[in-house]
Design a protein around this ligand. Structure first.
Ligand code: GLC
Length: 741
């Protein structure tokens, strides 16, 4: 009897599997029904009219083309009802293949989080993942299937406006953050209603644009490409990233969009990526401007051959691919491969089961900017704030302060707190965004008098507001002064040749300093700025970036000590633009400067100190931390072995605080010169006053390996320095070990 039952169960389970056709079977069956035009339709993406995020190709009859199955995806169409409307058009097409809706949900949808560069300053991977998770929930509830994020471009040049969108200059930190963001956006499984597809961008090395000028050429060695720029993409892929977006720039003379080496050899070949690649906005057609394609037809040929699967807004595939196939210049199997990659994601997202499953107005209502989301946004924003100076211990402020003067052009701004790459939701007013002024109002009690003066504009030369500002300062016990660059002075196509405080803001600071009042300077920006006079003459400076919809609350939480600042800079701050590129993990050179002022036949500028203004990994707290008892588990480590580095951290101050303990290594002699130090691990720990914790870092061969001339990734025996510190320049404890064969 038992045997029969088990046989029956086996048959039932088998029939279950056979009913559950694999996604690949479904893709292949659908592909077999498709005409060449319908296949090419899936490779075509147009923008909706919600936002314009690039030069428009103006396609007037999109709706007709959707019904004809000539468009596979739309970007910049959002909202449960609006996406449903477009999807209904797609359901009128012959094969009813649903549209994919993509959007730049880079740091939040309605609830917005700090700019990604600011979030990177939190060094809090759980917080970063949570921010992406909430962004996914809110956008997925609004009809979005696919976010064009995370941007994982490493950059060492703050003149480049898009540094605001990434995780800064360091490959290790950037790789960890890339992984966390993909996990946040995609959740446990694609197809969950709270998950969206991630899109890792911009592949590749877009952040190495010469001169920090957006869209400019990139010229890096293959070895540098692998060592510095590719690892965050691989990390994002390891996290399961569903899609990639290529970049506008040429890499060593070949535009990324037409670059077979990076898209086919590396991404789809060596890394076995089975998702799809979308071109960046118009980048296929822009290969004509590059001088790489003579016309859109050649651009289409080069792009599809190089592995660009979907054409965003350039019309190249739409009007040329069919002809290329009919002429035998492009094999239909290349088209089929791209179509299958895209259809597979549509099946995984459950869109063939229910094309409207993400366009749910009720869910949208529940999800957007709910209290759980705003609470998280406020906490993540506070963690992203970096305390640069607090010499007179002016901070934290007392809630018993009688009169506070809040001065500056940023104080009452609302939308600006979103920063760049925010989604300006049409039918939503910005009242939910907490301005810096509102944050202060909500923080202090009725016994504290608040005074306000704008003082000056952000870029205006007009100083007529100075007098009012000085008057307000003279009536105040403490002044908070909020300055910076405008929120849209960083972002795409926002490179700046000089990255100082615009307008007359630094002159306002000088005027207010003369009052002798305690002044807290807040600096709002999407990049490292140069503000030497302020940095040298003002004792209290807080870098507040652009912190998102809870900015005001987060800033006040930090200013009044309800949150003890813990942020650490993810990018080096230069003294001047002339110092760029300046980054912590530089090579030694044959003539390294011995100290800050050494100019004697060494690698230095004769007119500038050798160090940056603020170092990578730098940030202060309202408490202090002692580093002690550095121990290495062994002095010599074999290649297949591991070595533990333990260190004890003590909170030697009077209040709870968090410290980002950083582990740097230096390979002292190798067949490829190695950086003077490289971040290889970090821990963000929370300690009560007086509390100590011992943390253990594990060093394995992976952390010692590097790319050789032949691109082999391996370590070399020899001596290594171990450095543990509170920043790349504040090394507290040192050790060394030998790596043996
Ligand atoms: C833009 C950006 C890219 C963005 C895309 C769609 O030009 O380069 O990051 O995702 O177009 O808006």
């Amino acid at each position: 009897m038992k045997k029969h039952v088990s046989l029956m169960l086996l048959l039932i389970s088998f029939s279950g599997i056979s009913q559950q056709k694999s996604i690949d079977q479904k893709v292949n069956e659908l592909l077999a029904k498709m005409t060449l035009e319908e296949k090419i339709g899936q490779l075509n993406q147009y923008t909706g009219d919600h936002a314009v995020t690039g030069p428009l190709t103006m396609n007037p009859n999109k709706k007709e083309e959707i019904k004809a199955g000539k468009i596979g995806s739309m970007l910049n169409v959002l909202g449960a009802n609006y996406t449903r409307g477009y999807q209904e058009l797609a359901m009128q097409s012959r094969l009813k293949i649903p549209l994919l809706f993509g959007l730049d949900v880079v740091h939040g949808y309605k609830t917005t989080f700090p700019l990604p560069l600011a979030e990177a300053a939190s060094w809090d991977l759980d917080a970063i993942e949570l921010g992406a998770r909430i962004a996914a929930r809110e956008s997925a509830a609004s009809g979005i299937h696919w976010t064009f994020a995370p941007m994982v471009d490493i950059s060492r040049d703050p003149r480049w406006g898009r540094v605001m969108e990434g995780a800064g200059e360091d490959t290790y930190l950037g790789s960890k953050i890339a992984y966390a963001r993909v996990k946040g956006f995609q959740g446990n499984k694609l197809g969950d209603l709270n998950s969206v597809m991630a899109c890792v961008k911009h592949f590749a090395a877009y952040g190495a644009a010469i001169g920090g000028r957006d869209y400019n050429s990139v010229d890096v060695s293959e070895r540098a490409l692998w060592e510095t720029y590719l690892p965050p993409f691989k990390s994002a892929l390891d996290a399961g990233a569903a899609t990639f977006m290529n970049s506008f720039n040429d890499i060593n003379g070949i535009p990324a969009t037409g670059n077979k080496h990076i898209q086919r050899d590396i991404l789809k070949g060596k890394w076995k990526f089975d998702g799809f690649v979308v071109s960046d906005w118009g980048s296929i057609g822009e290969m004509i401007n590059h001088g790489y394609s003579k016309d859109k037809k050649e651009a289409a040929y080069q792009a599809i051959t190089a592995g660009s699967d979907m054409d965003m807004e350039s019309n190249s595939y739409r009007y040329s691919l069919a002809e290329l196939v009919k002429e035998g210049k492009v094999s239909e199997s290349l088209i089929d491969d791209a179509v299958k990659r895209i259809l597979r994601k549509k099946f995984e997202m459950g869109l063939f089961d229910d094309p409207y499953r993400y366009s749910d107005a009720k869910r949208q209502q529940k999800e957007l900017n709910n209290p759980e989301n705003t609470k998280a946004a406020r906490e993540i924003a506070a963690k992203s704030i970096v305390l640069l100076k607090n010499e007179a211990n002016t901070l934290p402020l007392s809630k018993a302060t009688k009169t506070i003067g809040f001065i500056g052009p940023m104080v009452k701004l609302k939308r600006a707190n979103h920063g760049f790459w925010a989604i300006d939701l049409k039918d939503v007013d910005s009242s939910y965004i907490v301005s810096q002024w509102e944050g202060l109002e909500r923080k202090v009690g009725k016994n504290t008098k608040l005074l306000y003066a704008k003082g000056c504009g952000i870029t205006s030369p007009d100083k007529s507001g100075f007098k009012e500002a000085v008057d307000v300062a003279n009536q105040s016990d403490v002044v908070i002064l909020s300055v910076g660059e405008r929120h849209d002075m960083s972002g795409e196509a926002k490179s700046r040749s000089s990255i100082g405080l615009p307008g007359v803001q630094e002159e306002l600071i000088k005027e207010l300093q003369k009052t002798g009042k305690p002044i807290v300077v807040l600096i709002n920006a999407g990049r490292p700025l140069v503000f030497n006079w302020t940095a040298d003459n003002m004792p209290t400076i807080v870098y507040t970036w652009w912190l998102g919809s809870e900015a005001g609350n987060a800033i006040s939480d930090v200013l009044f000590g309800d949150y003890n600042p813990s942020g650490k800079l993810p990018m080096t701050f230069p003294r001047t633009e002339g110092q760029i590129p300046i980054y912590y993990n530089h090579m030694s050179t044959g003539r390294p400067a011995k100290n800050e002022d050494d100019k004697n036949y060494v690698s230095a500028y004769i007119d500038l100190q050798n160090s940056p203004k603020f170092a990578f990994g730098y940030g202060l707290s309202y408490t202090t931390f002692k580093y002690s008892d550095l121990k290495l588990s062994k002095n010599t480590m074999a290649k297949n072995d591991k070595l533990e580095v333990s260190v004890t951290i003590t909170n030697t101050g009077k209040r709870l605080g968090e410290e980002v303990v950083q582990l740097y290594l230096r390979d002292k002699v190798a067949s490829i010169v190695r950086p003077v130090k490289e971040l290889k691990d970090f821990r963000k720990i929370k300690l009560s006053a007086g509390e100590s914790k011992t943390i253990v870092f594990t060093i394995d061969d992976e952390k010692l390996a590097f790319y050789h001339e032949n691109l082999e990734f391996k370590s070399e025996s020899g001596s290594f320095d171990v450095m543990v510190g509170a920043s790349s320049e504040d090394i507290r404890l040192k050790g060394e070990f030998e790596l043996s064969e």
